[in-house]
Design a protein around this ligand. Structure first.
Ligand SMILES: [Zn+2]
Length: 260
């Protein structure tokens, strides 16, 4: 049986891939990355994202949400768009959403409001959420406390927290998205991966960002997913097909997708 993977987070619709998008997806599929989930950013990315998803049915899957760095004064209009898009029914998740205090501290209250409004949407449409947390674990965990036992589920994308935060997040019903950061020296993620169970982890690239070593600083691609899996294999000292099989199953269950 061949080893297959899912990239749970790739912005392959961005202009960074305009010259070789099909080739990038072809390479990924040849490396066993059979499905690629596309998180949205804001209203300007919905068109390109849906175009890509339509070109690769059964491979590229769109999600809809307003990214925290796109939460500005006019965010309510953006949220209306997210809500009406959700009504179309073809999205497999609400994302990416969250709070980012690295790029923007000015709109914290708007970011918190947009985050909880979109958590409500995910419950209403019964979809998983993709959470972006940057320098904002306290704010995010506080908001999530208000959603305990409501059936919220999803992925903490590009997880960077300590093992303690990892356990809190897992206990709330979330999976951890593991990508290129795992390959960076001094990353606390090694400890997180060692101490958590594979059933709590999924793989992601965040293409074109966060490329793994030795490609750090260059454009990231979904084809690097097996490279991330290899790191997890070595840290946990388990076979590669176990890493691939369990992380893939986690995504299929979370998003109610079929294997083929
Ligand atoms: Zn992203």
């Amino acid at each position: 049986m061949s080893v297959t993977y899912i990239d749970t987070h790739a912005h392959l619709y961005l202009s960074e891939f305009d010259n070789d998008r099909d080739r990038v997806i072809d390479i990924a599929m040849h490396k066993g990355v059979k499905k690629i989930l596309l998180p949205n950013i804001d209203s300007s990315s919905i068109g390109p994202m849906n175009n890509l998803a339509s070109a690769y049915p059964g491979v590229c899957y769109p999600m809809i949400g307003l990214h925290p760095t796109s939460v500005k004064d006019g965010y309510r209009e953006e949220l209306n768009i997210v809500e009406s898009e959700l009504g179309k029914g073809h999205y497999i998740g609400v994302g990416e959403i969250g709070i980012d205090l690295y790029w923007d501290k000015q709109h914290l209250s708007e970011q918190c409001q947009a985050f909880s409004d979109q958590l409500d949407l995910s419950l209403r449409f019964n979809l998983p959420v993709i959470i972006h947390a940057r320098e904002s674990f306290n704010e995010i965990l506080e908001i999530l406390q208000g959603y305990r036992n409501k059936g919220l589920k999803g992925i903490f994308h590009a997880f960077t927290g300590t093992p303690e935060i990892a356990w809190q997040v897992i206990e709330m019903g979330f999976l951890l998205g593991i990508g290129g950061i795992l390959t960076y020296k001094n990353s606390t993620l090694h400890e997180v991966v060692r101490e958590t169970d594979l059933k709590n982890l999924v793989l992601e690239t965040d293409s074109p960002y966060l490329a793994p070593v030795p490609f750090r600083g260059k454009r990231n691609e979904s084809g690097y997913i097996p490279h991330i899996a290899e790191f997890i294999k070595q840290i946990k000292n388990i076979p590669l097909d176990e890493v691939a099989g369990i992380t893939t199953r986690n995504v299929l269950e979370l998003c109610s997708l079929n294997h083929d």
